[in-house]
Design a protein. Sequence first.
Length: 221
Amino acid sequence: MVRFSFAGQDFAALGAGALWWPARRALVVADLHLEKGSWFARAGQMLPPYDSLATLADLTALVAACTPTELWCLGDSFHDAAGCARLPDAGQTMLRALTGSLDWVWVTGNHDIGGVIDLCGGRIVNEAVVDGIVLRHEAERTEMRPEMSGHFHPKLRMTLKGRNVARRCFVASATKLILPAFGSLTGGLDAGHPEIVRAVGLDARALVPVADKMLSFPLAA
């Protein structure tokens, strides 16, 4: 857990790719993409059907460690609108245990909008403003208020001593904070990709929490 400031408030970046909001005792995660594996299987591309259970197990462990009172999912929580219906019984049990234990909010994303009514508990919003910070799925370049989002699955990719290294990362500017994808089957977009730079601006940095330090890299690098 590495503490840092954003929009005048204290936060902590967790190695798992989640954000801890101490003042609210809140966890913030993005892009779970539950049931992505089964979505591909329906299209004929067979993948191991354990991605949802792995993601929910990681989230359950994180909730147990941090004991939050609220949790915000910043969109694309399911890979498609029918993903919740495909969630296996064990996954539904895990998810209902989580949503029933705290104030759980689903922010809609581009993958999980339309026709979603029951997400195994919790409440659904398009976006929210919490303590002056806009929580939405995809960053809006013209938004002037402090904003947290997901969508891009940012990863920092570097070559160190001849080895290619990739780490999921946060991307932050003075007013924007993009979270990495939390899901176990999500991949990632290079933090310096033009789409990310266009969303956050040239002054943004890639932040990688390592042990008790926050490594910071300018996107231009």
